[in-house]
Design a protein around this ligand. Structure first.
Ligand code: COA
Length: 163
């Protein structure tokens, strides 16, 4: 039986920190779905299709990854694709409380699905998509933090929004 996991998030946009977690989870599971949440409580810069496309552009070398968008509950998406685990990255202690609460609620909603935490690599532990967007808006070099395809698209998007 295939061991399937999902890696959910907003990915607005995907960063090298997310890719690090994804690559490591792809060695632990037979198949990992990147699950792009579409009905979020937060404002996003990229449309769901754009976020999916950006993820596609930088994951072509990982054979056991699938990319899908979802709305509704994460556990329902996990169940639909036959996943046994939800993968989340932990960057710092400050992530813990929110992640702990979500993991317990998801466990309550579906006791058959576990949340697996991977510690972020220390060089990405201070990254967030919002911070990357702010740096890009202010003209800083973001090439160490996102793949080239994301950098190009983000800079293009910011020029569009500024017009
Ligand atoms: N590297 C870089 N950044 C990282 C990271 C990593 N390893 N791990 C997290 N982040 C950042 C993200 O970039 C994001 O930054 P931003 O807030 O500046 O955009 C932030 O941490 C958190 O983002 P993310 O991991 O995408 O989580 P989220 O809070 O946006 O979304 C969902 C989390 C989608 C999994 C959650 O909201 C959910 O499950 N929603 C569906 C509805 C549901 O089931 N609700 C009940 C949950 S119990």
């Amino acid at each position: 039986m295939k061991r399937i996991a999902i890696y959910p998030g907003s990915f607005d946009p995907i960063t090298n920190g997310h890719l690090d977690i994804l690559r490591r989870s792809a060695t632990l599971f037979d198949l990992v779905y990147i699950a792009v949440a579409v009905n979020l409580r937060k404002d996003v810069l990229f449309t769901p299709e754009e976020r999916l496309e950006l993820i596609r552009s930088c994951t072509t070398d990982i054979p056991n990854v699938k990319i899908e968008k979802f709305s509704g509950l994460t556990v329902d998406f996990a169940r639909r694709v036959g996943a046994i685990a939800i993968v989340r990255g932990l960057r710092a202690i400050s992530d813990f409380e929110y992640e702990f609460q979500m993991a317990l609620m998801n466990k309550h909603l579906n006791p058959q699905i576990d949340t697996i935490f991977l510690m972020s690599h220390q060089k990405y532990s201070y990254l967030s998509s919002s911070l990357i967007k702010e740096l890009a808006r202010l003209g800083a070099d973001i090439s160490k933090f996102v793949p080239e395809s994301v950098k190009v698209k983000l800079e293009e998007k910011i020029r569009e929004v500024k017009k």
